[in-house]
Write a protein that binds this ligand. Structure first.
Ligand code: G6P
Length: 367
């Protein structure tokens, strides 16, 4: 069957709205409620292989790189294995140290991105084990990897990745659970996260149901020439992805920053013309993040805050976008969905070609 935008104005919006269903697809058959873990047959790694992993290195480009940073944080938290993400486009041009007890993870929607493919080949040439988080079955990267987790997001047409990115995060959650459960992660924590993952598709639907409230906010953001997206720790890669999405389709300058680093530079740029989109989840950093909002407000910077119901913003005057709470480790997904909608409605307001932004391609397959 052919895949068409149908009654939707664009593929991007269709793909955003598909997420409650596509998120279920990546989880289906892979969660183990009894033992609080995941089953990932395609990885082709037994418990002994999984326990031998000493480090995780994630490789991807664009949004796949940013979600790799979210995945690295999850793996460190759940499995307590040092993990980091690097742009595959950089990795392939240096002479990276390839270690036999590092698990390399290539992330790609298309499975055809040349920078990621060549990074995988370099890892394998030097004896590293590389698994893929790939959407397109049988694609070049999927074939090149030692095993992997298919994303099952269905075809994604819009250049700006939405449903595939959500499933990349969920695949990282499954991988982190499995790596964690053959190490220190308790069965209770494993079960808590399995239950959290099962709740996520319904909660994504709840966020999408609030779309109408975001339209006016998006229109105002579209009028700014330059914006900041801020977050910290789990929220920082989400801010990077949000800024990326916004700039890709609205052509506005959007820069992501760690909330903690504001005072070390960007505060100098805050004024009534420069809005900030801040991620303030209910976590151990919430109070400090609210402190940073005061700094922005004191400089009359307009604020949009993506947060949870029970976070007290005190006197800060901001436009609040509330997302449901899940387990804190899984926060990034629900924080990201409003950012997709803000980017979409900003670009829509500006009358841009949302599915095919200027100068960009869905997958960059040639050098
Ligand atoms: C291109 C697209 C991005 C995408 C990146 C990686 O640059 O414009 O939206 O995130 O490629 O694509 P992949 O198919 O490897 O996930």
């Amino acid at each position: 069957a052919s895949y068409e935008a149908g009654e939707h104005e664009s593929f991007m919006r269709k793909e955003i709205l598909e997420q409650p269903t596509t998120a279920q697809a990546v989880l289906r058959g892979r969660l183990d409620e009894r033992f609080g873990t995941a089953h990932l047959g395609g990885l082709d790694m037994d418990a002994r292989d999984l326990r031998a992993v000493r480090r995780v290195k994630i490789l991807g480009c664009g949004s796949a790189y940013y979600v790799g940073q979210m995945g690295a944080a999850l793996i460190e938290e759940l499995a307590r294995i040092p993990a980091d993400a690097e742009a595959a486009s950089e990795f392939r041009y240096r002479n990276p140290v390839i270690e036999p007890d590092t698990l390399y993870v290539a992330v790609s929607q298309s499975g055809e991105t040349i920078d990621t493919l060549l990074a995988v080949q370099e890892v394998r040439r030097k004896g590293g084990r590389c698994v893929g988080l790939v959407n397109v079955v049988g694609s070049a990267i999927a074939r090149e990897c030692d095993g992997g987790i298919y994303l099952h997001a269905g075809p994604e047409v819009a250049v700006a990745s939405t449903k595939a990115l959500t499933n990349m995060f969920l695949a990282f959650a499954l991988l982190a659970l499995q790596l964690g459960r053959v190490r220190d992660l308790s069965i209770a924590d494993g079960k808590r996260l399995v239950a959290g993952l099962e709740r996520l598709p319904g909660q994504i639907e709840e966020v999408l149901a609030g779309e109408a409230d975001l339209v006016e906010v998006a229109k105002d953001l579209a009028e700014a020439r330059s914006l900041f997206f801020i977050g910290r720790v789990r929220g920082f890669p989400v801010a990077r992805e949000g800024a990326q999405k916004f700039k890709e389709i609205s052509y506005r300058h959007a820069e992501a920053y760690q909330t903690s680093e504001l005072k070390h530079g960007p505060l100098a740029l805050i004024d009534p013309e420069v809005p900030t989109v801040a991620l303030v989840p209910h976590d151990e950093l919430a109070e400090r993040n609210v402190g940073a909002l005061h700094e922005i407000e004191a400089r009359k910077g307009p604020l949009v805050v993506i947060t949870h119901e029970d976070v007290d913003l005190g006197e800060v005057s901001a436009r609040r976008i509330v997302v449901p709470r899940n387990e804190p480790e899984l926060d990034p997904i629900l924080l990201n969905v409003p950012l997709q909608l803000l980017a979409y409605h900003a670009a829509q307001h500006l009358g841009h070609d949302i599915d095919k932004p200027r100068n960009l391609a869905k997958s960059v397959t040639v050098e």
